[in-house]
Design a binder for this molecule. Structure first.
Ligand code: SF4
Length: 357
């Protein structure tokens, strides 16, 4: 499909204006994300209506710990990504150049209908970044809203201002992957710019109603020093405030970064301690078992509000509108009624089959 974010340059090329990478394309060329290309003089999205697969999983897996806890979310991705992270943990999807191998075809309406049928409270654009396929993501979000469901974006936040405003007008919650806190890391390891991501975080926090959580994947020897974690979490406090949750998650050697081990659990706990000491109210450890780093505590009285082990809720002490049952302090986030009961299950689904039955 034709897209709106592009303009012609004096040398005859067309520049894509969706993300700061600003690919300049001649007819037939594809951008770095591979799914946007130039055809007939304009920028087109080549992956509309196609997906690499669907799965119903817990909202905690996104990770979102303060958005309809315990609920199920119909998750899917397409192909391609507008970053070039050497450590990509989903590279088979994000770096796919086999657009034809996108095995599932599904319309926005079919996806929303399947989500509703399967008992999900939301749909999520995940596995690969929704930015390069934003027109499809927007249509899916609108279809979800028509059926009373929410829309979630899991993203690196690398997007220009105008399309960012358009995309997030349709999104209810986002987990933004803040990959490090140095321009050098972003340039060298991700082929991107930290400043553009920080702008997205501030935009979401201050100028939208989108519920925001942050993920920081810690890579041994690359972005896991005390000083960098201190700088990152101090920035969060100073620019976003104490109520934006931060998740520290574990790296495993993959793609072009296989020269180092996975993240030790102790690194995640150390990062969480630094975040809490800097004033982040809700800091989590992810991809590891253990209730301490996975649970939500009240910022008013300290009582454990939601006890989790990995993606499973073991105990829930919030009122239906998200207040602490002990002291009444409001827990930041989106809470509606009791916790969901989906549990830690992952259930791959075939959308056309669900819609047909
Ligand atoms: S969205 Fe894709 S084509 Fe457009 S500028 Fe970014 S990487 Fe390039």
């Amino acid at each position: 499909m034709a897209t709106r974010y592009g303009h012609e340059l004096s040398d005859g090329r067309v520049q894509c204006d969706l993300c700061p990478r600003a690919c300049k394309l001649r007819d037939g060329q594809r951008g770095l994300c591979f799914v946007r290309a130039r055809a007939d003089g304009q920028i087109v999205l080549t992956s509309y209506g196609r997906s690499s697969g669907f799965c119903v999983d817990p909202i905690e897996k996104k990770p979102l710990h303060h958005f309809l806890p315990g609920s199920a979310v119909l998750s899917f991705g397409t192909a391609g990504c507008n970053l070039a992270c050497r450590f990509c943990q989903n590279w088979d999807i994000s770096k796919s150049k086999e657009v034809d191998s996108l095995s599932e075809e599904a319309s926005p309406r079919a996806i929303a209908t399947a989500a509703k049928e399967l008992g999900a409270a939301s749909i999520a654009f995940t596995y690969n970044d929704p930015v390069p396929f934003m027109e499809f993501a927007i249509d899916c979000a609108d279809a979800a809203h028509e059926l009373g469901l929410r829309a979630v974006a899991v993203t690196a936040g690398y997007i220009c201002a105008a399309p960012r405003a358009e995309l997030y007008a349709h999104i209810d919650a986002a987990n933004v992957d803040l990959k490090a806190f140095s321009e050098g890391f972003y340039r060298r390891v991700c082929g991107a710019e930290l400043g553009a991501v920080l702008e997205t975080l501030e935009y979401l926090s201050h100028e939208t109603a989108v519920w925001l959580e942050i993920t920081n994947l810690l890579i041994p020897g690359a972005n896991d020093s005390d000083a960098e974690i201190d700088a990152l979490t101090s920035w969060v406090i100073g620019h976003l405030g104490p109520d934006v949750p931060v998740h520290f998650t574990a790296f495993h050697p993959d793609f072009k970064m296989t020269d180092r081990p996975g993240t030790p659990p102790g690194t995640l706990s150390r990062a969480r301690r630094i975040a809490l000491a800097n004033g982040v109210h809700h800091a989590y450890t992810g991809n590891v078992h253990g209730t301490e780093g996975a649970s939500t505590s009240c910022s008013g009285c300290g009582v454990r509000l939601v006890e989790r082990d990995w993606y499973e809720i073991r105990r829930y002490r919030l009122t239906d509108d998200g207040r602490c049952r002990s002291c009444g302090t409001r827990c930041p986030g989106v809470f509606e009624g009791p916790a969901g009961t989906w549990g830690p299950r992952f259930r791959p689904v075939h959308v056309p089959e669900v819609v047909a039955r």
